[in-house]
Write a protein that binds this ligand. Structure first.
Ligand code: FES
Ligand code: FES
Length: 167
């Protein structure tokens, strides 16, 4: 385990949405701040900054985490995925994003990047989630606009479509 000194900057390298990124960071710098302010990856939103709202959710090595509770240095050597990584290179939306669009599952959109990252993790691990499973997985993400039902509908629609495509 390397020794980290408070104000000293340390080299940092990790994979972001499939491409390598590098930087020099103080050990106290949050991953959310590194993504937004150093890399310009502003799709990751910051709401409460203390682990409650889920707006800052990204995936590290496939696991959805709160980037406001994660130090940038903890991403060293890992694979980080943000909402920018969901969209195909030709700009086409993923089935989950398309379902959000079709089901009116967003209004102001502030919560949406974090919810997409949480729900993409759910759909990767559960091909046929129940409404209760979706609501449980959604419980770490706060949305002040939609009332959640449209989000649940969008996730269930996506799961259904993915099953149909796979069969
Ligand atoms: S900004 Fe990270 S949980 Fe709210
Ligand atoms: S769409 Fe506004 S907070 Fe969720």
């Amino acid at each position: 385990m390397p020794e980290f000194k408070r104000n000293q900057r340390h080299p940092l390298t990790f994979e972001l949405n499939g491409g390598e990124v590098e930087g020099y960071v103080e050990p106290r710098l949050l991953l959310s701040d590194f993504l937004r302010h150093h890399l310009g990856a502003t799709g990751t939103h910051v709401g409460c900054e203390h682990g409650v709202c889920g707006a800052c959710t990204v995936r590290i090595d496939g696991k959805a985490i709160r980037s406001c509770l994660t130090l940038a240095i903890q991403a060293e050597g890992r694979s980080v995925e943000t909402v920018e990584g969901l969209t195909q290179s030709d700009g086409e939306l993923t089935p989950l994003q398309q379902a959000f669009h079709e089901n009116f599952a967003l209004q102001c959109g502030f919560c949406t990047p974090g919810i997409l990252m949480s729900m993409s993790e759910l759909l990767e691990h559960s091909a046929d989630p129940s409404e209760e499973d979706v609501r449980e997985a959604l419980s770490g993400n706060i949305c002040r606009c939609t009332g959640y039902q449209e989000i649940v509908n969008a996730v269930l629609q996506t799961a259904r479509q993915m099953r149909e495509t796979a069969s």
